[in-house]
Ligand binder design. Structure first.
Ligand code: F0G
Length: 358
């Protein structure tokens, strides 16, 4: 069957009509990969799955929301779009705006976004402004600009972004035939946890699933406003995508946590890097550090025996889905810094054989 992107597949659940010009790069339909190593490591009769969102057209989950936001911007004939970003939103906005022929303006914190993401925004032709401030400052400015000028905000404060992103939960349910028991994900500006929770609830209302998962969100320790209960003025973490001190969808994230009986906790940069290495070296899945926060959270909860304390659903093994939000190639510098540079060896057989132990 021909796959035509999330709007085509899930239009019944999305704010589109026959009049909406669909701008799509065939985003979505990402694999749900059984995580054999992690399932074994947890050893609690659990099945762990990885929703590999890094395989979206611009390498992150943002494309699901951007196809809807940009299609609606075209339908409503706006002149330009703008976003503040820690990188992935800007890459996605720039690509979809390019396809739509819309002007795209991007505000980023200077020196604080991964190089892959910066290169994407630039090559897709966005006007990229590197601000002397953090993400929260950039988002504040973007909101002020869109309040006064005919430019559409395409951050997740734009409800069309949330609508598109909820298709991630539809895909998980369609694949498993039911909702998972637990969903683990990183939390930054908190749009994605809001979107997934909305999606699960809508699928339950539509009779597609019979229960809802517990939503387990993880922030980075140095950028954990929701966990600490107050905004963080100078958020710090090597997971630059989630370096956010005052999430726009803070309340909605708390609502997802509380309604689902889940939690929002934090993981340290060391825990993130450990999970990042496990994913790459044991599961064969390369993600950016922010995405590894979900698996770092999974491992933290396992150490706390969180899963063994939960009642099991019937006789089935509980299913845990970790959302891996962005591709590892977004931030290759981090991979190289984490492991060692390749060893320099003379180009002769003897030297190579010696190095590889033969
Ligand atoms: N993972 C990645 C790779 C991200 O890029 C983001 C957010 C998140 C997780 C957190 O998602 O904000 O919905 O809670 N990136 C935004 C950006 C902020 O500008 O690209 P969230």
């Amino acid at each position: 069957m021909h796959y035509n992107g999330v709007i085509d597949r899930y239009k019944k659940y999305l704010p589109v009509s026959d009049k909406t010009p669909v701008i799509s790069l065939k985003e979505g339909n990402t694999p749900l990969i059984p995580a054999l190593y992690l399932s074994k490591l947890l050893g609690e009769d659990l099945e762990v799955y990885l929703k590999y969102e890094g395989l979206n057209p611009t390498g992150s989950f943002k494309d699901r929301g951007m196809t809807v936001a940009i299609s609606k911007a075209c339908e409503e004939k706006v002149e330009a779009v703008i976003c503040a970003s820690t990188g992935n939103t800007s890459a996605s906005a720039a690509a979809y705006a390019a396809k739509a022929g819309l002007k795209c303006i991007v505000l980023i914190p200077r020196g604080a976004i991964a190089l892959g993401k910066l290169s994407q925004a630039l090559i897709h032709g966005a006007v990229v402004l590197a601000l002397d401030g953090n993400f929260d400052d950039a988002l504040k400015l973007a909101r002020e600009i869109t309040d006064k000028h005919p430019i559409r905000l395409v951050n997740s404060l734009n409800p069309h972004r949330i609508e598109g992103q909820k298709t991630g939960s539809f895909e998980i349910c369609d694949c498993l035939g039911e909702a998972p028991d637990f969903q683990v994900m990183p939390v930054g500006n908190a749009g994605n946890i809001t979107a997934y929770w909305k999606g699960y609830k809508e699928y339950k209302d539509a009779g597609k699933i019979s229960r809802l998962p517990k939503m387990l969100g993880f922030q980075a320790e140095g950028a954990a406003p929701i966990v600490r209960g107050h905004a963080i003025e100078k958020p710090q973490t090597l997971a630059t995508a989630i370096r956010i001190g005052n999430p726009a969808s803070w309340k909605m994230a708390e609502q997802a946590r509380d309604e689902s009986g889940g939690l929002i906790d934090m993981v340290s940069d060391d825990e993130i890097i450990e999970a990042y290495k496990i994913l790459a070296s044991k599961e064969g899945v390369f993600v950016e550090p922010a995405s590894a926060a979900s698996v770092a959270g999974l491992l933290k909860l396992h150490k706390q025996k969180y899963f063994s304390l939960k009642p099991k659903t019937q006789n089935l093994k509980p299913k845990i889905v970790c959302i891996l939000t962005g591709h590892g190639l977004k931030d290759p510098d981090r991979a190289i810094k984490t492991i060692k540079e390749p060893k320099a060896v003379k180009a002769n057989l003897k030297a190579v054989l010696k190095e590889i132990g033969y």
